[in-house]
Design a protein around this ligand. Structure first.
Ligand code: KE4
Length: 426
């Protein structure tokens, strides 16, 4: 596989971009080797700077559920661009995207559009603190909500001891307002709320984590958190930036029938352009400026290009049977990979729902961060390189999710499984 142009670009990138990238995971640190530079995408496939083609299961880390360069999205963004890229003045498109989101996500009556998932979660936390008048937040170990200071925190020595920063630059004072608990452990949530409940503004979690691989909630876990937060007057925030429009059109909250107080979204609702969002009942959301006192703002929030891409994506995705195409692709892929691993005698533990899934190189079960981080990351890295060399790009880390799109047809899945049969034997 020729990689001359990617290699030259990688050298140039490292001179001017920190680590050669604009987001760390793209640097392939977890899997070894240097990343390729992509030149274009179409449907389920991407082509790199040297003309090598790959079947893509990262899909820009989730947004591209219609596949790359879907005509409906391309046409919508091109049309919007010809009318002007940005105004900083209300436009109809942001109203329509708000209406579509509110119509599809059970917990959302009012929504605020922003420009990234990080901005959505950072703002939702400020709203929860402003609404409750409380300072502490509780997050789940292994859940990732973007890089806002108060979320780059690891557990203290005990459940009710205050968090400590996971990154330099985060003041201990910020981290000390964050408590951390294991996923799928209601006793831990109960212990924290009974000890600190009067000071806890919210619990935030990915209802189906996709940033420690994909892990599903135990029966009753999400409803248990819903009951506990209600009892203690804390808000429940579902970060569905990844699971939204991926595990189900209405996200994990629709699938499990558990309604959070606030929901954060991103990725799919932007169709590949920068969009984040957070929403909930008007009674909470109206605490936000300009109606209420909790401040949040953004120059490009709801901009015409991103809202055009999001609207086009959701319009196609919600047509009868379309979402199910991407679900079927993931079902077929997962079944095929399981059979291949079994035949090769490689212990894997598979998880997933809808159009997002994960194959842990792990005997299993994987119920939380501790289980996930016991996976054989070396074996995963070998599998990643084996797939890449055979034209299949899976996420360059054991702790990421895999995604399908409506463009991942049976031929794409068949070619993927052929590559996997060989890669599993590497
Ligand atoms: P962004 O700020 O990257 O748009 O969104 C942050 C975020 C928030 N919540 C969840 C559940 C997320 O998965 C993310 C971002 N996901 C990662 C993928 N694991 C983005 C990829 C990257 O960091 O480059």
């Amino acid at each position: 596989m020729n990689s001359e142009k990617s290699a030259a670009l990688w050298t140039e990138a490292n001179r001017v971009l920190v680590g050669g990238v604009n987001s760390p995971v793209r640097a392939f640190s977890a899997v070894g080797g240097d990343p390729f530079f992509v030149a274009s995408g179409s449907g389920a496939r991407i082509t790199d700077a040297d003309g090598n083609e790959y079947i893509d299961y990262v899909l820009s880390w989730g947004p591209l559920i219609l596949g790359h360069a879907h005509p409906a999205v391309t046409e919508a963004v091109t049309k919007a661009l010809k009318l002007g890229a940005s105004f900083g003045i209300p436009t109809e498109a942001e109203v329509r995207l708000g209406e579509v989101i509110a119509g599809l996500v059970p917990s959302i009556e009012k929504v605020r559009l922003v420009n990234s998932g990080t901005e959505a979660t950072m703002s939702a936390l400020r709203l929860a603190r402003g609404y409750t008048g409380r300072d502490l937040i509780v997050k789940v170990e292994g859940c990732y909500h973007g890089h806002a200071d108060g979320l780059l925190v690891k557990a203290g020595s005990g459940l009710t001891t205050l968090g400590t920063p996971t990154s330099p630059g985060v003041p201990a004072a910020y981290a000390s307002c964050t408590l951390t608990m294991p996923y799928n452990d209601l006793d831990a949530a109960r212990e924290i709320l009974e000890a600190k409940g009067d000071d806890v503004a919210c619990i935030i979690l990915e209802p189906i984590p996709g940033n420690m691989g994909v892990i599903l909630p135990d029966d009753g876990y999400l409803q248990g958190l819903r009951d506990l937060t209600k009892k203690h007057g804390a808000l429940l925030i579902f970060d569905e930036v990844m699971s939204g429009f991926r595990v189900a059109i209405g996200g994990a909250q629709e699938h499990y029938g558990v309604t959070p107080d606030l929901t954060t979204l991103g990725k799919v609702i932007g169709g590949g352009l920068p969009v984040g969002a957070y929403g909930g009942p008007a009674e909470i959301m109206d605490h936000l400026s300009p109606v209420g006192p909790v401040y949040q703002a953004g120059t490009l929030s709801g901009n015409p290009l991103a809202t055009a891409a999001g609207l086009a994506t959701l319009d196609v995705l919600t047509q009868p049977g379309v979402f199910d195409q991407a679900v079927q692709a993931m079902t077929d892929l997962s079944e095929g990979l399981g059979a291949i691993a079994k035949k090769a005698g490689v212990p894997v533990y598979q998880t997933g729902l809808g159009t997002m899934a994960c194959m842990f190189f792990n005997e299993g079960p994987v119920r939380n961060y501790e289980d996930a981080t016991a996976s054989d990351t070396e074996r995963f890295a070998r599998y990643f390189r084996g797939m890449l060399s055979r034209g299949v790009y899976v996420a360059p880390s054991q702790y990421e999710a895999g995604f399908t799109s409506i463009a991942h047809d049976s031929d794409v899945i068949e070619k993927t499984l052929e590559a996997a049969s060989a890669a599993m034997a590497d």
